[in-house]
Design a protein around this ligand. Structure first.
Ligand code: C2E
Ligand code: MG
Ligand code: MG
Length: 543
């Protein structure tokens, strides 16, 4: 076809700024926009290959150099009438300048798919390309890495350096992502300070980490230039398309889940782990079930007696929570308190326990039982909450229980998390007139010297010391030493988990003040505990 020339209409001559009725295909092709040359080649193919009798109307769009020597968009609608021997084709058609429509389309595309701040693609586009890639992966089994990145402490940068610098950082980040992907791949800003990348899986398992580290290095260089020499890092989560997921949204979700596992401050790089994800999802399911249980009244308190070892009287009871499901199964606290602790639920549960234990204790006093101390357990989450004092005061006021009959049990690991803060909180709680006990003493890493600085009234020796008291000389020595030191500090002692009369006797001989355990009574529901108290009173009256 190179030998033939095109006859072009007057109108087209004007459009293209050509003052000749014929041009060679070579000249024509050279006027095409480099990215549209393949359209020209396709067009030429159609012209030479059309058989006579084919009256198809073709339509194509391309950019070509126009009269003003800029590229303009043209639409070409044509029909081919093959010439004899296919030498010269007669092409009937019309050329339209559609530049302004095209520019509108591009603008719309841009608005829909380009992120304003960074000028790179946005989440919509990432999802679209991602889904296409995913379908392609299913066809030809060509996998991709999905990487999501988050600028660490971006809100602090925004606060300290200003919104404009924040935007500048996002912009730089976008550029870094783009540069890092220059050898193929797709990048986007998928929201806030989150960016995402789609990278061809070449079989190199270290590729994502290599790329992420490159980005982290560049980020540090760039940020120190204009962010007052702050070191900016980014954290990342990633996964491989072939590692599972029913669609691209699910796969991106995996990468974002991994990112959420980082603490978001020090450039963690975390690969998606299915098992971790499942565990968290199960935890979430339990969490929402638990929230429901609380509203539904499925959480109830059992009470376990505390006994004075010298005279056998009842000195109090510990409220121990139980989750009783509608079908009657009882779930012990160790199975749901940790879940509640990792969510905000614990606060509500503790408020419930506090209120319910105070209310019940006051009720027993009003029924004529001799007043005793009711203990509740608080977790670190509750304890370090600034309003813990107000919450306790509120429960006392609402139920009318005198503060001296409430005892708050705290674990030593809780107190040691932040010792100064702990002392402060404990003092405030004690000022209410409430007692404070150190639960599970001996299980943590604390030494007895801590007892001196913590304002506690009572030390609860952990069950692990009590268990081998009868067989183990060392346990006996430790226990009596602890009791002795506590006494010298005017701190009372109680032993928990006493199951045998032998253990009770050894503790009594060692000078332990009180005791709690199955030997004296198991945790019981309200009605059973009432019977227990009635029996105890009776016994004491008769003794
Ligand atoms: P804890 O405060 O040290 O409570 C003592 C645990 O030892 C209770 O387990 C009790 O049933 C058990 N126990 C008592 N005597 C004996 C005994 O003689 N032998 C044996 N083997 N065990 C004995 P429970 O009720 O399952 O509670 C476990 C833990 O769950 C508690 O340890 C406490 O840390 C936590 N917990 C219970 N109720 C609450 C609550 O209302 N709020 C919070 N935050 N934690 C609670
Ligand atoms: Mg306790
Ligand atoms: Mg304990």
């Amino acid at each position: 076809s190179g030998a033939s020339n095109y006859h072009i209409s007057e109108q087209l001559q004007k459009m293209l700024g050509i003052n000749t009725e014929t041009v060679s295909p070579g000249v024509f092709r050279a006027r095409f926009h480099p990215e549209d040359v393949m359209i020209y080649d396709a067009l030429e193919g159609t012209m030479t290959n059309t058989r006579s009798g084919d009256h198809t109307i073709h339509s194509t769009e391309f950019r070509m150099l126009a009269a003003d020597n800029t590229y303009r968009w043209f639409q070409f609608r044509y029909k081919v009438n093959p010439g004899k021997n296919r030498v010269i084709a007669d092409i009937g058609g019309a050329v339209l300048d559609i530049t302004s429509e095209k520019e509108k389309d591009i603008l719309i595309e841009k608005m829909a798919y380009i992120d304003d701040v960074t000028q790179i693609y946005n989440r919509n586009k990432f999802m679209q390309i991602g889904q296409e890639t995913f379908e392609c992966y299913k066809e030809v089994n060509q996998s991709y890495w999905i990487i999501v990145l988050d600028i660490d402490n971006f809100h602090i940068i925004n606060d300290t350096c200003g919104y404009l610098n924040g935007n500048k950082l996002l912009n730089e980040f976008g550029q870094i992502v783009k540069d890092t992907l220059s050898k193929g791949g797709f990048g986007a800003r998928i929201g806030g300070d989150n960016f995402a990348m789609l990278v061809h899986d070449t079989g190199d398992e270290t590729l994502p980490v290599t790329l992420i580290k490159k980005i982290q290095t560049r980020l540090q260089e760039v940020s120190s230039e204009f962010l007052m020499h702050q070191t900016v890092t980014c954290s990342a989560g990633y996964c491989k398309m072939s590692d599972g997921g029913d669609n691209f949204a699910a796969i991106l979700d995996h990468a974002e889940f991994s990112l959420s596992m980082s603490d978001g401050t020090k450039g963690d790089i975390i690969r998606y782990d299915n098992k971790v994800h499942e565990r968290i999802l199960a935890g979430n399911a339990l969490e929402s079930e638990l929230a429901h249980a609380l509203e539904n009244g499925e959480l109830v308190l059992y009470y376990q007696p505390k006994i004075n070892l010298t005279d056998g009287t009842l000195i109090g009871m510990e409220a121990l929570i139980r989750w009783i499901k509608p079908d009657g199964t009882i779930i012990p606290p160790n199975q749901f308190i940790p879940v509640a602790e990792s969510s905000l639920l614990i606060t509500d549960i503790s408020k419930f326990v506090l209120h319910e234990a105070c209310r019940q204790n006051k009720k027993w006093q009003d029924m004529g039982f001799p007043p005793v101390t009711g203990s509740i357990n608080l977790t670190a989450v509750d304890f370090y909450q600034t309003d813990v004092k107000e919450v306790i005061q509120g429960a006392l006021t609402e139920t009318g229980l005198d503060p001296q009959w409430l005892d708050v049990e705290l674990t030593e690991s809780l107190a040691l998390k932040d010792i100064d803060h702990a002392i402060q909180q404990m003092k405030e709680i004690k000022e209410l007139g409430v007692k404070l006990s150190m639960d599970d003493f001996g299980t943590g890493y604390s030494s007895l010297s801590y007892i001196q600085v913590l304002p506690i009234t009572l030390l609860k020796l952990d069950r692990s010391f009590i268990m081998y008291l009868e067989e183990d000389e060392i346990s006996r020595e430790i226990v009596s030493a602890v009791i002795r030191i506590a006494k010298s500090k005017k701190i009372e002692t109680i032993a928990e988990g006493i199951e045998t009369v032998g253990q009770a006797e050894i503790l009594k001989e060692s000078g332990c003040d009180h005791a709690q355990g199955y030997f004296f009574g198991r945790p019981m529901p309200v009605d059973k505990f009432e019977e227990f108290m009635a029996m105890k009173c009776g016994m004491n009256v008769n003794a």
